[in-house]
Design a protein around this ligand. Sequence first.
Ligand code: GLC
Length: 552
Amino acid sequence: MTQHSSAPHAAVAAAQHRDWWRDAVIYQVYPRSFADSDGDGMGDLEGVRSRLPYLRDLGVDAVWLSPFYSSPQADAGYDVADYRAVDPMFGSLLDADALIRDAHAHGLRIIVDLVPNHSSDRHEWFKRALAEGPGSPSRDRYHFRPGKGADGELPPNDWESIFGGPAWTRVPDGEWYLHLFAPEQPDFNWEHPAVGDEFRSILRFWLDMGVDGFRIDVAHGLVKAEGLPDLGSHNQLTLLGNDVMPFFDQDGVHDVYRQWRIVLDEYAGERIFVAEAWTPTVERTANYVRPDELHQAFNFQYLSTDWDAAELRTVIDATLAAMRPVGAPATWVLSNHDVTRHATRFANPPGLGTQIRTAGDRDLGLRRARAATLLMLALPGSAYVYQGEELGLPDVVDLPDEVRQDPAYFRGAGQDGFRDGCRVPIPWTRTGSAYGFGGGGSWLPQPQGWGELSVEAQSGVAGSTLELYREALAVRRARRDLGAGDAVEWLRAPEGVLAFRRGEFVCVANTTGESVTVPAHGPLLLTSGEVGEADGETKVPGDTTVWFGTAR
Ligand code: GLC
């Protein structure tokens, strides 16, 4: 394999503009579930490569790939055993190289997932730490501690795993180790210099391979409060996301990113970092994207907002206000591999959160999802699209327990961890094995009727969700001003309706169930549903978004 030079790739440079990431639409590929080239029922890198023309034609700027590294798959690849190897299930390093090259030839950027908070328990370092025993230097690269209680039979502190149960597991020699997620995902000790050295080297490895950036998994978790203090009487679940925790969003984490930024900036080609940082407020999220740190952070406050005009306006304003002082673009996201797909979230009553187990009113959910997408794509900044949302896929809420794989489901005793429902392999064709996903079935069963939602079934069909995404993304590409800037000008609008102007472009989103009549703010450019026009007014049906302006 030849290594890439660090020069920008010609096709990318031609197809994309400076500061490309500030308004980029980035498509998340979940490799297990995108396309399977070898018929083992599991998606792979070659499958992704074969579908690059689809992504190019969809009109996205970049592709973020969830982890494909060597991993025992205790958490679907977010448990990495070797950060520099591709798991045979997904292919090889040669496949990764081919994918990166082909993507660039198609004018698409590639962002890979980096998992620095924890490794797999099969990582060499952890295996050594276990083998070498208490007191050995290899234990210091993780958080090993003696337990509490007369015989050390109690965990060292009261932290709980995000997936349920204690955040500590005891090993046969009596010590405990920390894992904020599954026991198969021991947390690294970021106070140890070797950890930082290793990750800077891993960054270079993938930068040399030619990737355009990294999505940083659990970016808010690396640094723990000194002494690993107890939470005390606080209930962890109510605190999560509402407060700064001793294991999340500690100020020290920013030193790590300042060092990473120095590494990244040695490489040409405008490569970027995007943080998965769950913080209590958008203001704290903004700390991750200060000029000498990361480029973007996911906007989970936006993702967690119900389909409600007032709430949406509040979070949009708060986001733009928080990002402005640090000069980072806002980001917008509705779905990913960890939450119930938004077509299903919006099919259910508000206030249920992001892990939902009921199908709700599917037609309503789809109508709102389409409207929410047009709203999102009209906002300044960068937007993230999760594979299959362009098909309007609902979450698969009725997977039988025996096929589920999400570790959170099992640790949460079936009360949480419904993440398999958004990970079902996507349908490409109306019929055929796994609806075109691959020749050997699919690792999670696809529901009946999935083929009617396929790329094949929707392509060229006016008004289909796929064509709506294609049109919206084509408009965004043609008029870059849509994603540019850091402000929207709100217009007066009836209750439950959002209306804002961006130059001569106007977006009106009706989040109510009733039609509203608004002035026609210019030529009708795109709508998420049928609208009526008469006498200079536009009738916007319930749960519909309208774009006014010209395609340019
Ligand atoms: C992130 C990933 C999620 C994973 C967890 C632990 O939140 O998005 O899928 O389970 O980190 O790595």
